[in-house]
Design a protein around this ligand. Sequence first.
Ligand code: CP3
Length: 346
Amino acid sequence: MKTAEKLLVRALKGETLDRPPIWLMRQAGRYLPEYRALRTKAGSFLDLCYNPDFAVEVTLQPIRRFGFDAAILFSDILVVPHALGMDLRFEEGRGPLLDALQGDADLARLAMDQFHNKLRPVYSAVSGIRATIPAETALIGFAGAPWTVASYMIEGGSSRDFAKTKAWAYQRPDSFQRLTNLLVEATATYLIAQIEAGAEVLQLFDSWAGALDHASVLRWSLAPMKAIVDRVRMSHPEVPVIVFPRACGAGYLDFARSSFMHGLGLDSGVPLDWAFTQLQGRIALQGNLDPQLLVAGGGAMRDAATKILDVLGHGPFIFNLGHGIVPETPPEHVGELVEIVKAWRR
Ligand code: CP3
């Protein structure tokens, strides 16, 4: 049955393939005219996320256009705090906005009782995607990691310095641990429900891991992600998990050594030779083209993509960006990148 397995799953199980699978973080989104058209029709970003027909369609748009090896569920990491009872809205040009948690009284109001009810449309979207994607395309479910999600819950939106979140974690670590534990619990059950609806691979996004010092990376990024993966593995040991502790620097060594995950997502700052010698012997790697090279295109993009393939393509590897696609990206550049990766041979 081995060769019948999808390329993404094979790479995550440690196989070195003739050419790596490719998918891109944020492969569905505003850089695609067909996405913008559907979002206008839906009314808002959250209406897209919570309408299974729209979410299925938006997930499939980049698959049809580019033939990626994997589809990623169209949703957002902030549906988890939303389902725990927080108010969530997305305003044009301002990103996500939440009513920031102020302290323990707000924490105590977060509850799991409506959680799966509120997320039911997401699970329906997962089943709908699984029923319609091409047989060779893997379906990735995802969630945000506790540190990154907690930062949005405490800052009330995006942040430059994470001052409120860090003040909470440093001054009241027991209270911050309670919030983290709740997110571990909620995220694990959310991911298990995605698997049961049809997700074949999972990714945990810790987009802001790089804001933490090394001791805090271990405590607030690595430990809670490990707790989630351990929990998911208890019921679904066969489903591979990619973790993406973005910009955590030499902290990547701690992730590779603890190897509780199957794949490790690298940001664009990770040196390729270092990743090859220090990390790839222990774990499948994913990454790490600079998203701005995909905007620039041309020789700069081709050379950088080829360099990544030549250094990391000789071990278990998944081609991706070092962070999500930006809205300014010309779709033709994405098409050219997919061709480069699909034509490369080790
Ligand atoms: O990758 C995909 O195609 C699947 C969909 C996906 C979205 N968000 C859709 C989205 C995924 C995997 C995410 C994850 C996510 N969301 C992260 C982690 C990854 C990362 O980029 O670091 C984070 C931090 C968020 C929170 C979030 N959502 C922010 C900060 C913003 C505003 C900034 C932005 O890019 O617009 C969003 C909105 C969002 N999530 C959009 C999309 C397509 C744009 C909404 C729109 O205006 O149409």
